[in-house]
Write a protein that binds this ligand. Sequence first.
Ligand SMILES: Cc1cc2nc3c(=O)[nH]c(=O)nc-3n(C[C@H](O)[C@H](O)[C@H](O)COP(=O)(O)OP(=O)(O)OC[C@H]3O[C@@H](n4cnc5c(N)ncnc54)[C@H](O)[C@@H]3O)c2cc1C
Length: 228
Amino acid sequence: MGRLTPAELAGGPPLDVAVIGGGINGAAIARAAAANGLRAALFEASDYGFGTTWRSTKLIHGGLRYLEHGDVGLVFESLRERAWLLATRPYLVRPQRFLLPLLPWTRRPAWQLRMGLATYDLLALYRGVPGHRRLSEARLRELAPYLPAEARGGFSFFDARVIAPERLTWELVREARQLGAACFNHCPVAAVEAPGAQSKRWSWSTAASGCGCRRGRWSTRPGRGSTR
Ligand SMILES: Cc1cc2nc3c(=O)[nH]c(=O)nc-3n(C[C@H](O)[C@H](O)[C@H](O)COP(=O)(O)OP(=O)(O)OC[C@H]3O[C@@H](n4cnc5c(N)ncnc54)[C@H](O)[C@@H]3O)c2cc1C
Protein backbone atom coordinates (compact mmCIF):
# COMPACT_ATOMS: atom_id res chain seq x y z
CA MET A 1 0.00 0.00 0.00
CA GLY A 2 3.04 2.23 0.46
CA ARG A 3 2.47 4.71 -2.38
CA LEU A 4 -1.31 4.76 -2.79
CA THR A 5 -3.29 7.98 -3.15
CA PRO A 6 -6.10 8.51 -0.62
CA ALA A 7 -8.67 7.70 -3.33
CA GLU A 8 -6.88 4.46 -4.24
CA LEU A 9 -6.72 3.51 -0.57
CA ALA A 10 -10.44 4.16 -0.12
CA GLY A 11 -11.27 2.05 -3.18
CA GLY A 12 -9.25 -0.92 -1.93
CA PRO A 13 -9.88 -3.54 0.76
CA PRO A 14 -10.94 -2.29 4.21
CA LEU A 15 -8.33 -1.12 6.67
CA ASP A 16 -7.60 -2.87 9.94
CA VAL A 17 -6.15 0.27 11.52
CA ALA A 18 -6.43 3.97 10.68
CA VAL A 19 -4.03 6.09 12.72
CA ILE A 20 -4.90 9.78 12.99
CA GLY A 21 -1.86 11.89 13.80
CA GLY A 22 1.70 11.37 12.63
CA GLY A 23 3.51 12.31 15.83
CA ILE A 24 5.89 9.89 17.50
CA ASN A 25 3.02 7.78 18.84
CA GLY A 26 1.04 7.60 15.61
CA ALA A 27 4.16 6.78 13.60
CA ALA A 28 5.17 4.02 16.03
CA ILE A 29 1.62 2.59 16.09
CA ALA A 30 1.45 2.55 12.28
CA ARG A 31 4.82 0.83 12.14
CA ALA A 32 3.85 -1.76 14.75
CA ALA A 33 0.52 -2.42 13.03
CA ALA A 34 2.18 -2.93 9.65
CA ALA A 35 4.91 -5.09 11.20
CA ASN A 36 2.18 -7.31 12.61
CA GLY A 37 0.62 -7.80 9.19
CA LEU A 38 -2.30 -5.39 9.64
CA ARG A 39 -3.56 -3.23 6.80
CA ALA A 40 -2.80 0.19 8.26
CA ALA A 41 -2.97 3.82 7.19
CA LEU A 42 -1.55 6.91 8.89
CA PHE A 43 -2.92 10.44 8.37
CA GLU A 44 -0.99 13.53 9.47
CA ALA A 45 -2.62 16.95 9.27
CA SER A 46 0.45 19.16 9.38
CA ASP A 47 3.86 17.53 9.01
CA TYR A 48 5.19 14.31 10.52
CA GLY A 49 6.45 14.97 14.05
CA PHE A 50 5.42 18.62 13.99
CA GLY A 51 3.13 18.51 17.06
CA THR A 52 4.10 17.94 20.68
CA THR A 53 6.77 15.54 19.46
CA TRP A 54 8.81 18.41 18.05
CA ARG A 55 8.35 20.55 21.19
CA SER A 56 9.09 17.83 23.75
CA THR A 57 12.04 17.80 26.12
CA LYS A 58 13.46 14.93 24.01
CA LEU A 59 13.70 12.42 26.82
CA ILE A 60 13.43 8.71 26.14
CA HIS A 61 12.71 7.64 29.67
CA GLY A 62 11.42 4.61 31.49
CA GLY A 63 9.32 6.75 33.81
CA LEU A 64 11.22 6.57 37.10
CA ARG A 65 8.46 8.57 38.80
CA TYR A 66 5.84 5.96 37.82
CA LEU A 67 7.61 3.60 40.21
CA GLU A 68 6.33 5.84 43.02
CA HIS A 69 2.82 4.76 42.01
CA GLY A 70 3.82 1.10 41.70
CA ASP A 71 3.28 1.05 37.93
CA VAL A 72 5.96 -1.58 37.44
CA GLY A 73 4.53 -2.99 34.20
CA LEU A 74 4.53 0.41 32.48
CA VAL A 75 8.10 1.15 33.60
CA PHE A 76 9.31 -2.27 32.44
CA GLU A 77 7.72 -1.78 29.02
CA SER A 78 9.12 1.75 28.67
CA LEU A 79 12.61 0.60 29.63
CA ARG A 80 12.40 -2.19 27.07
CA GLU A 81 11.54 0.39 24.38
CA ARG A 82 14.35 2.63 25.62
CA ALA A 83 16.82 -0.26 25.22
CA TRP A 84 15.48 -0.99 21.72
CA LEU A 85 15.91 2.63 20.64
CA LEU A 86 19.42 2.84 22.11
CA ALA A 87 20.44 -0.38 20.37
CA THR A 88 18.88 0.30 16.96
CA ARG A 89 19.49 4.08 16.65
CA PRO A 90 22.71 5.01 18.44
CA TYR A 91 23.14 7.98 16.06
CA LEU A 92 19.86 9.48 17.33
CA VAL A 93 19.27 8.16 20.85
CA ARG A 94 22.00 8.50 23.47
CA PRO A 95 22.38 7.87 27.21
CA GLN A 96 21.70 10.96 29.32
CA ARG A 97 22.98 11.36 32.87
CA PHE A 98 20.81 12.85 35.65
CA LEU A 99 21.90 14.02 39.07
CA LEU A 100 19.69 13.58 42.10
CA PRO A 101 21.11 15.75 44.91
CA LEU A 102 20.21 15.12 48.55
CA LEU A 103 19.02 18.45 49.91
CA PRO A 104 17.43 19.25 53.28
CA TRP A 105 14.05 19.58 51.54
CA THR A 106 14.33 16.39 49.45
CA ARG A 107 11.04 14.54 50.00
CA ARG A 108 12.49 11.03 50.20
CA PRO A 109 15.27 9.65 52.41
CA ALA A 110 18.44 8.45 50.68
CA TRP A 111 17.65 4.75 51.26
CA GLN A 112 14.30 5.09 49.47
CA LEU A 113 15.89 6.86 46.52
CA ARG A 114 18.55 4.17 46.35
CA MET A 115 15.89 1.43 46.37
CA GLY A 116 13.94 3.19 43.62
CA LEU A 117 17.02 3.65 41.45
CA ALA A 118 18.14 0.04 42.01
CA THR A 119 14.67 -1.16 40.99
CA TYR A 120 14.84 1.08 37.92
CA ASP A 121 18.19 -0.52 36.94
CA LEU A 122 16.79 -3.99 37.58
CA LEU A 123 13.68 -3.39 35.46
CA ALA A 124 15.95 -2.13 32.67
CA LEU A 125 17.79 -5.47 32.92
CA TYR A 126 20.94 -3.34 33.03
CA ARG A 127 20.67 -2.73 29.27
CA GLY A 128 21.68 0.33 27.30
CA VAL A 129 22.83 2.76 30.01
CA PRO A 130 25.15 2.61 33.05
CA GLY A 131 23.53 1.82 36.41
CA HIS A 132 22.93 4.39 39.15
CA ARG A 133 25.73 5.43 41.52
CA ARG A 134 25.94 7.04 44.94
CA LEU A 135 27.83 10.35 44.78
CA SER A 136 29.84 11.79 47.62
CA GLU A 137 29.42 15.46 48.44
CA ALA A 138 32.76 16.25 46.78
CA ARG A 139 31.95 14.31 43.61
CA LEU A 140 28.52 15.91 43.31
CA ARG A 141 30.05 19.35 43.72
CA GLU A 142 32.62 18.52 41.07
CA LEU A 143 29.87 17.48 38.62
CA ALA A 144 27.45 20.28 39.50
CA PRO A 145 29.16 23.20 41.24
CA TYR A 146 26.01 25.31 40.76
CA LEU A 147 23.96 23.24 43.24
CA PRO A 148 23.02 24.87 46.59
CA ALA A 149 25.63 24.62 49.35
CA GLU A 150 23.22 22.44 51.37
CA ALA A 151 23.62 19.52 48.93
CA ARG A 152 25.04 16.56 50.86
CA GLY A 153 25.96 14.20 48.05
CA GLY A 154 23.35 12.36 46.03
CA PHE A 155 22.95 9.94 43.14
CA SER A 156 23.67 9.75 39.47
CA PHE A 157 21.44 7.71 37.15
CA PHE A 158 20.89 7.46 33.41
CA ASP A 159 17.98 7.69 31.02
CA ALA A 160 18.24 8.54 27.33
CA ARG A 161 17.55 11.45 25.02
CA VAL A 162 16.70 11.69 21.36
CA ILE A 163 18.59 14.35 19.46
CA ALA A 164 15.76 15.07 16.99
CA PRO A 165 12.34 13.53 17.84
CA GLU A 166 10.93 14.63 14.49
CA ARG A 167 13.65 12.70 12.67
CA LEU A 168 12.89 9.61 14.77
CA THR A 169 9.23 10.07 13.83
CA TRP A 170 10.13 10.29 10.17
CA GLU A 171 12.23 7.13 10.38
CA LEU A 172 9.28 5.26 11.93
CA VAL A 173 6.96 6.55 9.19
CA ARG A 174 9.43 5.41 6.55
CA GLU A 175 9.67 1.97 8.15
CA ALA A 176 5.87 1.77 8.46
CA ARG A 177 5.63 2.47 4.75
CA GLN A 178 8.29 -0.11 3.92
CA LEU A 179 6.27 -2.61 5.94
CA GLY A 180 3.21 -1.81 3.84
CA ALA A 181 1.35 0.99 5.66
CA ALA A 182 -0.11 3.84 3.62
CA CYS A 183 1.11 7.11 5.13
CA PHE A 184 -0.36 10.50 4.21
CA ASN A 185 1.34 13.74 5.19
CA HIS A 186 -0.51 17.12 5.11
CA CYS A 187 -3.79 15.21 5.20
CA PRO A 188 -6.10 16.28 8.06
CA VAL A 189 -8.89 13.94 9.17
CA ALA A 190 -11.97 16.10 9.63
CA ALA A 191 -14.43 13.63 11.15
CA VAL A 192 -14.78 10.12 12.45
CA GLU A 193 -18.24 8.57 12.62
CA ALA A 194 -19.24 5.49 14.57
CA PRO A 195 -22.80 4.52 13.51
CA GLY A 196 -23.60 2.66 16.73
CA ALA A 197 -21.99 1.28 19.85
CA GLN A 198 -22.40 -2.33 18.63
CA SER A 199 -21.24 -1.61 15.10
CA LYS A 200 -17.82 -2.65 13.93
CA ARG A 201 -18.21 -0.27 11.01
CA TRP A 202 -16.91 3.24 11.40
CA SER A 203 -15.82 6.02 9.11
CA TRP A 204 -13.64 9.05 8.97
CA SER A 205 -13.30 11.95 6.60
CA THR A 206 -10.39 14.20 5.94
CA ALA A 207 -12.01 17.37 4.69
CA ALA A 208 -13.86 17.37 1.38
CA SER A 209 -13.64 14.76 -1.32
CA GLY A 210 -15.65 11.90 0.24
CA CYS A 211 -13.97 8.61 -0.67
CA GLY A 212 -15.72 5.39 0.28
CA CYS A 213 -14.30 2.40 2.08
CA ARG A 214 -16.02 -0.88 2.96
CA ARG A 215 -15.44 -0.66 6.68
CA GLY A 216 -16.39 2.99 6.65
CA ARG A 217 -16.11 6.20 4.71
CA TRP A 218 -13.47 8.84 4.64
CA SER A 219 -12.51 11.76 2.48
CA THR A 220 -9.57 14.02 1.86
CA ARG A 221 -9.28 17.59 0.72
CA PRO A 222 -8.70 17.32 -3.05
CA GLY A 223 -5.03 17.57 -3.90
CA ARG A 224 -3.97 17.52 -0.23
CA GLY A 225 -3.31 13.92 0.73
CA SER A 226 -0.07 12.51 -0.54
CA THR A 227 2.01 9.49 0.33
CA ARG A 228 5.23 11.43 0.00
C1 LIG B 1 6.16 20.34 26.97
C2 LIG B 1 6.13 18.84 26.83
C3 LIG B 1 7.30 18.13 26.90
C4 LIG B 1 7.28 16.75 26.78
N1 LIG B 1 8.47 16.07 26.84
C5 LIG B 1 8.45 14.72 26.72
C6 LIG B 1 9.67 14.00 26.77
O1 LIG B 1 10.73 14.55 26.92
N2 LIG B 1 9.62 12.65 26.62
C7 LIG B 1 8.43 12.00 26.46
O2 LIG B 1 8.44 10.76 26.34
N3 LIG B 1 7.26 12.66 26.43
C8 LIG B 1 7.25 13.98 26.55
N4 LIG B 1 6.09 14.67 26.49
C9 LIG B 1 4.86 13.95 26.26
C10 LIG B 1 4.61 14.05 24.75
O3 LIG B 1 3.35 14.64 24.60
C11 LIG B 1 4.71 12.69 24.04
O4 LIG B 1 5.84 11.99 24.40
C12 LIG B 1 4.73 12.77 22.52
O5 LIG B 1 5.50 13.80 21.99
C13 LIG B 1 3.35 12.88 22.06
O6 LIG B 1 3.36 12.41 20.76
P1 LIG B 1 2.03 12.16 20.00
O7 LIG B 1 2.38 11.47 18.73
O8 LIG B 1 1.04 11.49 20.88
O9 LIG B 1 1.45 13.64 19.78
P2 LIG B 1 1.92 14.78 18.79
O10 LIG B 1 3.38 14.81 18.56
O11 LIG B 1 1.29 16.04 19.28
O12 LIG B 1 1.26 14.33 17.43
C14 LIG B 1 -0.10 14.47 17.19
C15 LIG B 1 -0.21 14.72 15.70
O13 LIG B 1 -1.57 14.61 15.34
C16 LIG B 1 -1.76 15.50 14.26
N5 LIG B 1 -3.19 15.72 14.15
C17 LIG B 1 -3.96 16.38 15.02
N6 LIG B 1 -5.24 16.38 14.56
C18 LIG B 1 -5.24 15.69 13.39
C19 LIG B 1 -6.25 15.38 12.43
N7 LIG B 1 -7.53 15.76 12.60
N8 LIG B 1 -5.92 14.67 11.32
C20 LIG B 1 -4.63 14.25 11.13
N9 LIG B 1 -3.65 14.57 12.01
C21 LIG B 1 -3.94 15.27 13.12
C22 LIG B 1 -0.96 16.73 14.65
O14 LIG B 1 -0.66 17.55 13.51
C23 LIG B 1 0.27 16.10 15.28
O15 LIG B 1 1.34 16.00 14.36
C24 LIG B 1 6.06 16.05 26.59
C25 LIG B 1 4.88 16.80 26.53
C26 LIG B 1 4.92 18.16 26.63
C27 LIG B 1 3.63 18.93 26.55
